[in-house]
Design a binder for this molecule. Sequence first.
Ligand code: PMP
Length: 405
Amino acid sequence: MLDAQALKGDFPIFANNPGLVFLDSAASSQKPRAVIEAISRYYEHDHANVHRGAYALSERATEAYETARRQMARFLGAQPDEIVFVRNATEALNLTAYAWGLEHLRSGDEILLTEMEHHANLVPWQLLARRSGARIRAVPFTKEGRLDLDAFAAMLTDRTRVFGLTQMSNVLGTVNPVAELAAAARERGALVVVDGAQGAPHLPVRVSELNADFYALSGHKMLGPTGAGVLWGRREALADLPPFLGGGNMIEEVTIERSSYAPPPQRFEAGTPAIAEAIGLGAAADYLMALGMENVWEHDRALLEYALERLAEVPDLHLYGPRGEDRGGVVAFNLGSLHPHDLASALDQAGVAVRSGHHCAQPLHRRLGVAASARASFYVYNTREDVERLLQALKEARRFFASWM
Ligand code: PMP
């Protein structure tokens, strides 16, 4: 079990904001001192451009950057040459959609997604569908908040060229049975793209066991800095993938007319990468591995169950998402007919930070029959006391807004 109260001490944001109850880690997590210091140390001791200089400083910078790649490989149960550094999950998904889609998608093809996708795993495919004439279909979810597996089975056909799904919903918290669905999709010959933006921070992930071709994550949601994310690709899938961005660092030989490309992962890292950010992300992966991802998940689950039990005390509070083991530490809710922005502002007055809005998941909210929701999300530094503070703040908000509801 994690000692979340003790872990708070590793995160300077809490000492600098006494009394803060931070329940918005699904949007972006806070950063431990180990990550902040890894970035400072790199800039103070080792910075130069990577993969270029023949001098010692540049070799040290390159070594630090490549160490980060190995740390992320270990975190995901992958090989270092399967790890492509990108800015965030959005870029990883766009890279996949463009590089693979422009080459392979044709009119009449189908792109199968789900109705619980974040816009980052919808819009890039829409752009590709427009260019190629392919059609997008989306697996609905049940009123409990789980993917409708019968609908999936019916929608997966020989026309399905891509199946894209989130490992864990950023609104419902649902953890999808990725390995099972991915195996079925790959059997039909579809490329499987997993959005791990919420999965990677919370679940023990061995990408090799997911039956996927590509897996996207954002470092800033897993204790790392903004500006560094990862696209993992199965070695053969990456080898077949043409480049997305062209420029320095990703080529073997260039003439005026044409170029040959470096092997992965360099082929997908054109230009100077976010070196310090990747190093910070490597430090975040080490921090999480030291905690143990099984423990992180167990902590998430325990806090979620406690929150669901306590929040049931609040009259007029409508909670979304499934009940069960397949649910991570995310609770989206609405209080009566109150606008979630008003609710979030009221909670903020009590020092409780939650997100409100559509959380970049408009089709999901449409299926729930609401325009927006408020969302509390938990991470390693959240405690039962944080949940209590949320509960008290919700009860106060309900009293305050009683006449508007
Ligand atoms: N997918 C999911 C499920 C997410 O929750 C998010 C972030 N809210 C993203 C993708 C996009 O992440 P980023 O903005 O860091 O690219």
